[in-house]
Design a protein around this ligand. Structure first.
Ligand code: NAD
Length: 512
């Protein structure tokens, strides 16, 4: 049986009175208490004091002071410090992964996987710290040298969602740090403890390296704290992960002050299954994508677009696969599906079910809220499947729960058009062994999403690629490839090492 107090103790988080002793100087909370309940069993894990506006201002000052020092530490040395953070995460992988699973409700394997993702991005960032390359160009003027270099931005604000309570922060912060920025993290108010645990781990490394702890700051609070970050011109970049509604609000506030934002918002991800699909890999990919993490991934599979000739067969196989799903405590490795994050999410699930029925959709795997015994938290629901039309208003909307839609198609042009015909553009996939079909799907007139996979589901990604999506998903890119450029400012430099002052484009400006 899990003893969560032991896990918290190992992570050096001690509950005191009705708050949490964090021992973090650059996290100050003097406001109301925020309680963190586990969706697994409904227990109160701990209570944390939220940041007030005065706390916020103190944190900003601390971060700006730290930036003056951190930006001048050579990038490879910053990389070495990030390498040490990765080492600490390796040591705490099991405890932090367990807390992720308990506080957020994802399976233990996925909790460990999330911490592994943090370790992977540390490794990536270490290499990157020696590769923050700029280009050099040939000047049109004699005895001139022209090149570009990349400088840090300053203070980066990171607003994160509950469903990846730690990985998304690390994608941002590890890159931002090697690039020379300092970070202020506003985690989801639904998962404050995992965030505090991360801070504790990171602070230790900063102290050991005699680096100011303002390099890594945390502000616990609800959307209001996120709004402060979005509106504050002292925050050079606001990287925000969450719902489209949140992104719209943050994007607008940051644009109003002509700041930079990086938005990672909701998805409405589809898998196309053609007559040439290998169903032995397509079916598990669909089931993992739709029911895994109880449908609470930004990349969760929401729609399956199936060719008419194989539709009934795929439907039968999915019904059979769903009947084998085990729903229950995510800390028990025998279970496939854990709880939703809270009862509000259960209400959204039920509302969606009503809307699907009202629009004329038909459930072929019935929705259900589970209660009693192991389900006493009231957050467990059954993954369900409905036959729908792509144009239904509810199908166009991302419901953050395990509701899967089946849609029939006649030809691939139509399937791709349906896959694209939603406001969001995050992840997409096709299952086919036919190269013409897969290449059409990947061509410029194919999938319009930031992620397009062949014979791999929509859910999950490796840190090496740039992660993000188009349209209402926000257009941001994080993690691998050259996503680091979002955390730096480009400066073009021209140096004249001659004795004359020639002007560009041959312009003459002669004086006596
Ligand atoms: P949410 O939008 O409710 O909250 C996300 C974060 O934004 C929280 O920290 C919240 O306090 C803050 N916030 C909310 N409104 C705000 C505002 N107006 N100004 C500033 N901050 C604000 O999202 P959630 O329920 O925590 O997460 C689920 C959503 O996140 C889904 O839509 C999912 O698709 C999306 N998501 C996207 C990605 C991605 O990379 N594209 C990754 C994970 C989650």
């Amino acid at each position: 049986m899990l003893d969560i107090n032991k896990v918290l103790e190992k992570l050096e988080i001690k509950s005191v009175n009705n708050g949490v002793s964090t021992g973090l100087k650059s996290w100050v909370g003097s406001g109301d208490v925020l309680s963190s309940f586990s969706p697994v069993n409904g227990d109160l894990i701990a209570a944390v004091n939220q940041a007030e506006k005065e706390d916020y201002d103190k944190v900003i000052i601390k971060a700006r002071e730290a930036f003056k020092i951190w930006q001048n530490i050579p990038a490879p040395r910053r990389g070495e410090i990030v390498r040490q953070m990765g080492e600490q995460l390796r040591i705490f992988k099991n405890d932090l992964g367990t807390l992720v699973s308990y506080e957020m409700g994802k399976s233990l394997q996925e909790g460990f996987g999330e911490v592994q993702e943090m370790i992977d991005i540390c490794d990536f960032a270490v290499g990157l710290s020696r590769q923050l390359y700029g280009l050099s160009m040939h000047s049109e003027r004699p005895r001139h040298r022209m090149y570009e270099q990349w400088h840090p931005l300053g203070v980066v604000g990171i607003i994160s969602a509950f469903n990846f309570p730690v990985a998304v922060w690390s994608w941002n912060s590890m890159l931002a740090w090697v690039c020379g920025n300092v970070c202020i993290w506003k985690p989801s108010e639904k998962t404050p403890l995992t965030a505090i645990a991360c801070q504790k781990i990171i602070k230790k490394v900063l102290h050991e390296n005699e680096v100011p702890e303002g390099v890594s700051c945390i502000l616990i609070g609800d959307r209001e704290v996120g709004e402060w970050l979005a509106e504050d011109p002292r925050i050079a970049l606001v990287s925000a992960t969450g719902s489209v509604a949140m992104g719209r609000s943050v994007g607008e506030a940051v644009a109003k002050r002509l700041g930079r934002s990086l938005l990672e918002l909701g998805g409405n991800n589809a898998i196309i299954v053609t007559p040439h699909a290998d169903l032995n890999i397509a079916i598990p990919a669909i089931v993992f994508g739709a029911a895994g993490t109880a449908g609470q991934r930004c990349t969760s599979t929401r729609r399956v677009i199936i060719h008419k000739d194989i539709y009934e067969h795929v439907k039968k196989r999915l019904i059979r696969a769903y009947s084998q799903l085990r729903i229950g405590n995510p800390l028990d490795v025998n279970n496939h599906v854990g709880p939703l994050i809270d009862k509000l999410a259960v209400e959204q699930y039920l509302l969606t079910v009503e809307k699907v029925k009202a629009a004329g959709g038909k459930f072929i795997v019935e929705p259900k809220v589970l209660s009693g015994g192991d389900y006493s938290s009231g957050c467990y629901v059954a993954p369900c499947i409905a036959e729908v039309e792509n144009g239904f208003k509810i199908v166009q909307h991302e419901t953050f729960a395990p509701v899967l839609y089946l849609i029939r198609y006649e030809n691939l042009d139509e399937a791709i058009a349906m896959q694209n015909d939603v406001p969001q553009g995050l992840s997409s996939a096709i299952f086919t062994l036919n190269i013409r079909e897969s290449e059409q799907f990947l061509s410029c007139s194919g999938s319009d999403c930031g992620i397009a996979n062949v014979n791999i589901g929509t859910s999950g990604a490796e840190i090496g690629g740039a992660f993000g999506g188009e349209k209402e998903t926000g257009g941001g890119r994080e993690s691998g490839s050259d996503a680091w450029k979002a955390y730096m400012r480009r400066q073009t430099n021209t140096v004249n090492y001659g004795t004359a002052l020639p002007l560009a484009q041959g312009i003459k400006f002669e004086m006596e």
